[in-house]
Design a protein around this ligand. Sequence first.
Ligand code: SF4
Length: 155
Amino acid sequence: MSLNGKLYQLNLDKVKTWARINSPWALHFNSGSCNGCDIEILATLTPRYDLERFGIKLQGSPRHADVLLCTGGVTRQARDRLIRIYEQMHTPKFVVAIGACALTGGVFRECYNVLGGVDQVIPVDAYIPGCPPRPEAIIDGVIKLLTKIKTPESE
Ligand code: SF4
């Protein structure tokens, strides 16, 4: 590749990283949650917590999502759907496990139909503990993830 081509590619990568950090689109998936964590995610979108001030937009299609927000331990029923959604997301993609159940299975651990935490099925980039985690903790975890995206190693 010529020097101009390399410079063009470098600038393009910088623009892509800048865009990704400033407007990540997030997809929420409940893989077996009791809905407590899901309500806290919704609370982050309310004017009181206003997650969108960081440019983060919750939307419905995995094909448009950069970040997968996953709640609940993974049930046998949800496993294949979770994998399919993860595979439908474009790369680079990031997964955030939200709540004790998404981390380890939590209170549903060792239930006959629960496989465990999200990382038993797909790779996880950030873990947010709590039962359920407060909206502040969810926002803090997502911001830490955005900081991680800034580093070249995560490219
Ligand atoms: S961590 Fe707590 S609130 Fe969240 S899904 Fe598990 S039991 Fe429900």
